[in-house]
Design a protein around this ligand. Structure first.
Ligand code: 4NP
Length: 174
């Protein structure tokens, strides 16, 4: 049993509204390489949940659709923008590719752009449980998170991801 599966069998806790018992929800953020956008989303979402006292109710992780960056740490400019905004991140984590079994292990799989969503569905063999979504859709705009890989604009990517994660948090609490 790995860390994610262990998280699923942790003691049940009251949900945000304290009305019924629920198990830990697991969210996987996914981008192309898992060194820029999805690790930023992982760190930002975890930070939001921590600030709201909800960290124990959610397991947050990230992965790539490609194997290009397998084993690499978060990209230094992405780490710098997180530090500049006071967002803690896991300095030990390394990129990994999403596997088909992640579809069953996670409750929600959130891609950063349309290509990610198509690739996630291909890896998972479809999306029969409607778990796969695009981050900015939660913020009411059907568009990609600004990709800093080519623009080098990590601040705009940070703002998009923060907006998307805050909207996702509101969705989870609603
Ligand atoms: P990410 O960024 O998908 O946000 O982690 C990229 C990382 C690597 C490449 C492209 C985007 N690449 O072409 O290697």
């Amino acid at each position: 049993m790995d860390a994610v599966d262990q998280a699923a069998v942790r003691v049940e806790k009251p949900n945000a509204k304290n009305t019924y018992l629920c198990r830990m929800q697991k969210i996987l953020f996914v981008c192309l390489g898992n060194i820029c956008r999805s690790p930023m989303a992982e760190a930002i979402m975890r930070h939001i949940l921590q600030q709201k006292g909800q960290a124990d109710n959610y397991k947050i992780a990230s992965a790539a659709v490609s194997e290009e960056e397998w084993g690499n740490p978060i990209y230094p400019p992405a780490a710098r923008i997180l530090r500049a905004h006071g967002i803690p991140y896991d300095t030990e984590r390394i990129a990994r590719q999403m596997k088909a079994e992640d579809y069953d292990r996670f409750d929600l799989i959130v891609g950063m752009d349309e290509a990610n969503v198509l690739a996630i569905r291909r890896i998972a063999g479809g999306d029969p449980q409607n778990k796969v979504h695009m981050l900015m859709d939660y913020a009411g705009c059907h568009r990609a998170v600004a990709d800093p890989w080519y623009t080098r604009d990590f601040e705009t990517a940070y703002r998009d991801i923060m907006t998307g994660c805050q909207a996702l948090y509101d969705h989870l609490m609603s």
